[in-house]
Write a new protein. Structure first.
Length: 417
């Protein structure tokens, strides 16, 4: 399996004003091609730091993939430095210079002469067209090493990699890419360390696979990669190991499809059964409703919601009894249950969900600390309530509350207690 090193350039990435999403995308795409990422660097627009990153990458890997620093300004240094490290001289490619001029003419803007640096390439390089911007990419093989230079904006970088770079890498990697198969098993409930403990035996003896755990917004994604002697062998290895994982994780698993998330899985269950859900939210402030409506066609299974922060709203719109609020409080098992039953009755939906809690950072007490959340799920037969204690800041508590409520619904539809 070939090894790759990823470099993300741009001072903005170090100042936290821009997130480095490019390296995550590239890691996933390279893995799909059977190329193992062995390291990453994030560097600012500094010639010496960029040089060191390329030297490190070429020292430890067969392939270095960089994003950013291909623009026309003085601080766009990536191509210049990469070519120096590779021992290549750049010349002006007239065809690229013409393309740049036409790019600006179509936009009825004058082209600064500085943009011509984007038309400079080593003669031995493959120039990679950019359909979304002015900066072409570059693919260069020399001395058994490969460097790939990509533009920084994700809307330019992603399609360039998929359409142009991927096929070039498959050509050079050869049949190995066809032998590497991947699957992502997604679980919700246990944390990363608990998942690691549950899968300890499999992680120690993966039987031809490699496993990686990724914690992601209240979920853990288990990435499984298999490489056998041929595609059929890889498929057999992958199926066997994934079966062992799902047996261990049980009902915590909500999908093994990379494209599905918790909302789409739950939405499919509702649609397949022609069922509906309505939501009454307090501490989550409408977040669960947003999640449910992020899926196109959600009106087929989602009736709507009431965001009831005040006690008056809970009484007026959800039918929560004043006596319940006075005796047990707004954050209580009893109030959550009446919220769920009230919204279900009002909507005449299959399910009603009620969420109430203390998201913080203020409002907690010894009896009811920040992070205490009650989640109720009502259907025609009964109403069940979960008491949860979440850690983290306000946004974290809200997100965990909404996802736990969604998973509560998923399991209920599937018949899981």
């Amino acid at each position: 399996m070939k090894k790759a090193y990823i470099i993300s350039t741009g001072t903005e990435l170090l100042l936290a004003s821009t997130m480095d999403t490019n390296s995550v995308f590239l890691s996933e795409k390279l893995a799909e091609l059977g190329i193992r990422v062995v390291g990453k660097s994030v560097v600012g627009d500094n010639k010496e730091m960029i040089r060191k990153a390329f030297e490190t990458g070429l020292d430890v890997a067969d392939l270095v993939v960089s994003s950013g620093g291909l623009g026309p300004t003085l601080d766009d240094l990536t191509k210049e430095v990469a070519c120096q490290v590779m021992g290549c001289e750049m010349i002006l490619v007239e065809e690229e210079a013409t393309r740049l001029r036409e790019y600006f003419e179509r936009r009825r803007k004058p082209m600064p002469e500085s943009n011509l640096k984007q038309a400079m390439f080593p003669p031995e390089a493959v120039i990679v067209k950019n359909e979304m911007g002015s900066a072409p990419g570059m693919y260069l093989n020399k001395g058994g090493k490969t460097i790939v230079l990509l533009p920084g904006p994700p809307r330019e970088m992603m399609p360039m990699f998929v359409k142009e770079i991927g096929p070039l890498l498959v050509r050079d990697v050869g049949p190995a890419a066809d032998r590497v198969l991947m699957r992502c098993i997604k679980v919700i409930g246990p944390g990363e360390s608990q998942v690691d403990e549950m899968l300890a035996e499999i992680i120690k003896e993966p039987r031809g696979c490699s496993l990686a755990l990724l914690a992601k917004e209240g979920e853990v994604h288990i990435k499984v990669t298999a490489e056998g002697e041929n595609r059929a062998g890889s498929q057999k290895i992958l199926d066997e190991v994934c079966c062992r994982i799902t047996d261990k994780m049980g009902d915590y698993v909500f999908t093994d499809n990379e494209e599905d998330d918790l909302v789409t899985v739950t939405a499919k269950l509702l649609l397949n059964r022609n069922e509906t859900v309505a939501v009454a939210e307090s501490c989550t402030g409408g977040l669960l409703s947003k999640m449910l409506t992020d899926v196109a066609g959600s009106s087929r299974y989602f009736w709507g919601s009431v965001t009831s922060y005040s006690n008056e709203a809970k009484e007026l719109f959800l039918g929560v009894k004043k006596a319940t609020l006075e005796k047990h409080g707004a954050v209580s098992r009893e109030t959550a249950a009446e919220m769920a039953r009230g919204i279900r009755e009002k909507a005449q939906s299959t399910y009603g969900i009620g969420i109430t809690g203390i998201a913080g950072p203020d409002g907690g007490s010894a009896d009811k600390p920040v992070g205490l959340v009650y989640i109720a799920l009502a259907d025609a037969r009964n109403c069940r309530v979960k008491e949860m204690h979440f850690a983290g800041g306000r946004d974290g508590v809200r997100m965990l509350s909404a996802k736990t409520a969604l998973d509560f619904l998923r399991k209920s539809i599937s018949g899981v207690k």
